[in-house]
Design a protein around this ligand. Structure first.
Ligand SMILES: [Zn+2]
Length: 410
């Protein structure tokens, strides 16, 4: 039979906690320093598990449970404390992260709100809200985030076929079905992790990808749609319409996804922000994220995996580590000088041609010719039947871009 401490011994334990060093108590009871649930009493909070275990140890010496004492899930320990009439709360319930809050690393986020610091998809104790973490280097082919249009976030699972049954994907799937907003956290290269935007899980598609082990596999590409806040009454009609994104049932997918399931050029253009140029840039993080991954993806799709410079003589035969052609997408008129972040102003070039454009002696000639090539290509793509839009056969993968591969430690 499971021993449970009485209310008297819990209260005695709270008094003891106030008089002793927390670190000593933790060491004595073998409870790590993580912050999880809290007991709130007279507007002061106390670590719930530490108090519980101390009370248990006093009342029933030698009966400390071997259960996972540090799990962030609400468990029988918190339930028992609630049954005793105590108020249970958690750091994220008292002071949830504010939009744009920055943290130097994941451990600091975990110290503040609880939750595992190793997972890409986590819930903080006390909350149903899912937090998705992304950063632009390493194993996962996430898109660069956008604050205006849907962007892709790769599912959980570093190698092998990804599955909706894995814990992180299950969290996103239930957020999608229940239409519960998630927090999207992003760390630009060299920067801090910040709570960049609220997002809806608008849909998911199965895409071809490459696992950490280098093997081709099926991945889930979650479609995240940025929203201004967590209150549905403030979302735009576009945001609500986007919740009707198609989803493919897992059961339908036995083999690699069809290349045809990729969005067409026209569909990508539809996702771009309507106002050219986008909203004004304010902070560094916004500048980082306004480079639209959708526009880059469209430019790559238009290129069919080949350098768009007509006289290209140096397209490398090698592919990148994801099996995609080595292409760099460049803005023809610089973003910084007001060039639009749209595929009509973008060009996919091989590294050689990119170098000539940037370093060569005839920048004006290149710019004007590239401009014409991009515009003509754009119009040609829009004329093409969306279902027959050329797709680079080497990479039926939404992550064909050289952008946005991010890591999520598992
Ligand atoms: Zn080239």
């Amino acid at each position: 039979m499971k021993h449970l401490p009485s209310l008297e011994s819990i209260q005695e334990s709270i008094r003891r906690f106030e008089e002793s060093e927390e670190a000593d108590l933790r060491e004595k009871l073998g409870v790590g320093p993580g912050i999880y649930y809290l007991i709130r009493k007279n507007s002061t909070t106390y670590p719930a598990r530490l108090i519980f275990l101390d009370a248990l140890n006093q009342e029933f010496p030698g009966s400390l449970p071997k259960a996972k004492q540090n799990s962030s899930e609400h468990s029988w320990i918190e339930r028992h404390l609630e049954n005793l009439g105590l108020e249970i709360t958690a750091p994220a319930l008292i002071a949830p992260p504010e939009l744009r809050a920055e943290f130097r690393n994941r451990d600091l986020i975990s110290d503040r709100f609880g939750g595992a610091s190793q997972q890409g998809l986590v819930r903080f104790p006390g909350e149903r809200i899912v937090n998705a973490f992304s950063e632009p280097k390493g194993g996962y082919a996430d898109d660069e985030p956008s604050l205006q249009s849907p962007f892709g976030y790769r599912g959980q699972g570093p190698s092998g076929r990804q599955s909706l049954a894995s814990p992180g994907n299950r969290l996103l799937e239930s957020s999608r079905i229940e239409r519960r907003p998630i927090r999207y956290w992003y760390r630009p290269a060299g920067g801090n992790f910040s709570f960049l935007t609220w997002a809806m899980v608008a849909g998911r598609v199965w895409v071809r990808g490459v696992g950490e082990d280098g093997a081709a596999r099926v991945e889930i590409n979650w479609q995240l749609l940025p929203i201004p806040d967590e209150h549905p009454e403030n979302w735009s009609t576009d945001a609500i319409a986007a919740l009707e994104f198609p989803v493919a049932p897992e059961a339908e997918l036995s083999e690699m996804p069809e290349v045809a399931s990729q969005p067409s050029y026209a569909e990508l253009i539809e996702r771009l922000p309507k106002a050219p140029g986008g909203p004004p840039r304010r902070t560094r993080v916004q500048i980082e994220t306004q480079r639209s991954s959708v526009a880059r993806r469209a430019a790559l799709l238009r290129s069919s995996g080949k350098c768009e410079w007509p006289d290209c003589g140096g397209m490398p035969a090698e592919t990148d580590k994801h099996g995609a052609p080595i292409l760099q997408v460049d803005h023809i008129a610089d973003l910084a000088k007001g060039g639009p972040d749209r595929p009509e102003n973008m060009i996919a070039l091989c590294p050689n041609c990119h170098a000539v454009k940037t370093l060569g002696g005839e920048p004006d000639r290149w710019r004007s010719r590239l401009s014409q090539i991009a515009r003509e290509g754009h119009e040609r793509m829009l004329r093409t039947n969306p279902r027959e839009a050329p797709v680079n056969p080497a990479s039926g993968n939404e992550g064909i871009s050289t952008s946005g591969h991010s890591i999520r430690a598992e």
